[in-house]
Design a protein around this ligand. Sequence first.
Ligand code: BTN
Length: 274
Amino acid sequence: MTTDGVRRSPLDEDRLTRLGPALVPGLRVEVLEETASTNAVLTERAKAGAPEWTVVVTEHQTRGRGRLDRTWETPARSALTFSVLLRPTVPAARWPWLPLLTGYAVTKALVADGYAAGVKWPNDVLIRTGEQERKVCGILVERVETPDGPAAVVGIGLNVAMATEELPVETATSLAIAKGTQPDRTGVLLLLLGTLVEAYETWQLGGDPAAERLRASYSESCVTVGRRVRADLPGGAVLEGEAVRVDETGRLVVRTPDGESAVGAGDVVHVRAR
Ligand code: BTN
């Protein structure tokens, strides 16, 4: 039972089995009742030769991996915690776009479903309610070496049915809180997979023009561009200034009194509202 006394329904495996392959041939969804981390499970499957578009989703993730060595745990059936196996053939220099592409695809799905969603660079998905922007989805993309070549395990954690008291931090939200009703998790999963397939296949096959279109579309949905930000860089340095654009390699360009610097990794905080 959840905190509001309502039994949460499980994912509809039959629907996922029927509709998954219609999104892209070969897409197969495996549902696990409980696991520590879907990224860890899918990494093993990738090393054992699993094909592109193998998807592992769990009803209850107990020790999920987050960015910057954080963890990602969610109460049973309250979230969508899943990982998607991709085997990109684009040049290695384009791989850093994968996490951004995923954040863009999730945002696109949520906007299509009526949420005021946007991406915080590089790939946190936020929902705006009134003056507040709160994180609803985290993404962790891990590169895996496999006998069939390098692969990407794209991990997505979306807060769907969580009540306020179940949120891990005050700055988080869930789709249920944002909309005031309980969304159908199976439908949301299919919607997310659909926008991911579309964005990824276009990017993979479209060469330079598609890469530039992705940069434009991502930038439009990125709520960090135009904001004053503070970036805590990996070596401990801190950079503060205005985020002015996202460059060709996916880095965030920040204008400071000393000139422009491109940030490729680290934690970025919005220090002033739009
Ligand atoms: C973040 O720190 O914002 C990223 C969180 C990513 C969590 C997802 S949940 C599904 C997948 N499996 C994991 O172990 N992590 C990712």
